[in-house]
Design a protein around this ligand. Sequence first.
Ligand code: FES
Length: 167
Amino acid sequence: MSSNGNGDRPDLADVTFDMWIKIDGIISEYKGKPGATIPVLRKCQDTVGYLPRPLIDYVARRMGMPRSEVYGVATFYALFTLQPKGRHCIKACEGTACYVRGIKEVVGRIKDKYKVGFGETTEDRRFSLESVRCLGACGLAPVVVVDSDTHGGMTPDKVTQVLEHYK
Ligand code: FES
């Protein structure tokens, strides 16, 4: 481990030099304090937008904590995301009404066409896909929400038409 914090920084395209300075500041502020893992990870995530795995390793090393412990926290809490978010967030409703009216086929098309699974982001960072339980719009089932737009009556063909509007 280097003493100035520069030598052991992993090479991460999403983390700029200024972000590293901020991250090192966060670590120095919390190092050795009890209950530091959550606030440190949260602030690192606020800085970068998500928690790349090599960054979690770096935080563990610099905090002098076991890697498994820091990973445990990062993967346990829904607040943390280890994947970059897409420019657009697709929420597919898997509640009962949407389920019986065919959300599974709609989701199947999204997964096939954009090569993305639940909790993942497409390689081009265009979409992130999430599963949710009842969006309170059961009358429109099956429902997909893209960013803050609700799209009801989805079919596999309709959903691809809708998503093509989100670049
Ligand atoms: S079950 Fe999908 S909106 Fe209610």
